[in-house]
Ligand binder design. Structure first.
Ligand code: P6P
Length: 328
């Protein structure tokens, strides 16, 4: 079943649904197919770029995250269902002011290419997106309030991981489903139906190099992770790819705990609420896991500005609960 067939099938579960969300997901999937094409040859282009800043097709090689941003903005501007966007790459939100867009119900936020610093070492990277129903009245350009909604108001959230295979995973209140790109057909095909985050896990994921900057309670939790305890399966394995989408895709499938906490240099951590922590928390929570800032559920945080950062502890329910019990 392709992504389009699946979203249309899901729409039929709601008698009064109009299929606009399905159209929006299809448009995002289209943009990510273009991004996937460029990501897959970036290494080659980089090699050529090093000798003459000309990529393999003779085009000016745009930086991948700028290219990805432009593709997503252009596809969504042409979509009939998107009133505007906010992006990690843009200081301000972009309101689409054509007659179709001002009458669209949804706004989209995204990190067009998260972890792009990993592209030159061929590590997996990803696109993160989330969709809200706008609060401002139809018929006029969307406003900032449309983008500063709590994560619990999300209509849908998802990511595309450009890895050994290219997968699109998205969540709605009906659940989480994964689609693998079949390149010869050019379609995302359902491969992981009704994904659930295992309630427990044996992997903890954190940039341990920051330990010297963590507070004592967090240090004690990391020591707990490394202590031997046959009953609870410790010491855990430590896995850290340094790409949020890749670390959380593993966590969703295998279980585990991903952390990017606050530290003495970053009092709010590093990851952004609007287009990283909210969408990933929505997905993990719809799959039965937990996304917390350490003091409250990520999805309950009231956004104050587009690029605000929050600490995050996210993954298997029992592992997040254990972490919170030790660090709070
Ligand atoms: P650090 C990538 O740059 C990113 O935004 C996330 O994808 C990733 O989880 C994090 O930063 C890695 O940060 O400080 O460990 O290199």
């Amino acid at each position: 079943m392709t992504l389009d067939e699946f979203t249309i099938y899901q729409t039929r579960q709601f008698p009064n649904a109009t299929g606009e969300l399905s159209t929006l997901l299809r448009d995002i999937g289209l943009a990510c197919k273009f991004i996937n094409k460029q990501v897959n040859k970036a290494g080659l282009a980089d090699i050529l770029g090093a000798h003459g800043a000309v990529n393999v097709q003779g085009e000016e090689q745009m930086k991948l995250d700028v290219y990805s941003n432009e593709v997503l903005i252009n596809v969504l501007r042409n979509s009939s269902e998107c009133a505007g966007i906010a992006s990690e790459e843009n200081d301000h939100f972009v309101a689409f002011d054509d007659i179709h867009s001002v009458n669209s119900k949804y706004v989209v936020m995204f990190d067009p290419l998260d972890g792009s610093s990993n592209i030159d070492v061929n590590a997996s990277i990803g696109t993160i997106f989330c969709i809200y129903k706008r609060k401002s009245a139809l018929g006029q350009p969307c406003t900032e309030e449309d983008f500063l909604q709590k994560g619990k108001n999300l209509m849908a959230a998802g990511y595309v991981i450009y890895g050994s295979s290219t997968m699109l995973v998205y969540a709605t209140r009906l659940g989480v489903n994964g689609f693998t790109l079949e390149p010869s057909v050019g379609e995302f095909c359902l491969s992981h139906k009704d994904m659930k985050c295992p309630e427990n896990g044996k992997v903890y994921s954190i940039n341990q190099g920051n330990t010297c900057k963590y507070d004592d309670k967090l240090k004690s939790f990391l020591e707990y992770c490394m202590e031997e305890d046959k009953e609870s399966g410790r010491p855990f394995s430590h896995r850290y790819i340094g790409s949020m989408v890749a670390d959380l895709h593993r966590t969703l499938i295998k279980g585990g705990l991903f952390m990017y906490p606050a530290d003495s240099k970053n009092p709010n951590g590093k990851l952004r609420l609007i287009y990283e922590c909210n969408p990933m928390s929505y997905i993990i929570e719809m799959a039965g896991g937990i996304g917390s800032t350490g003091t409250q559920p990520v999805l309950e945080v009231t956004p104050t500005e587009l690029h605000m950062r929050v600490p995050i502890f996210i993954g298997s329910k029992k592992m997040v609960e254990k972490a919170l019990s030790l660090i709070q």
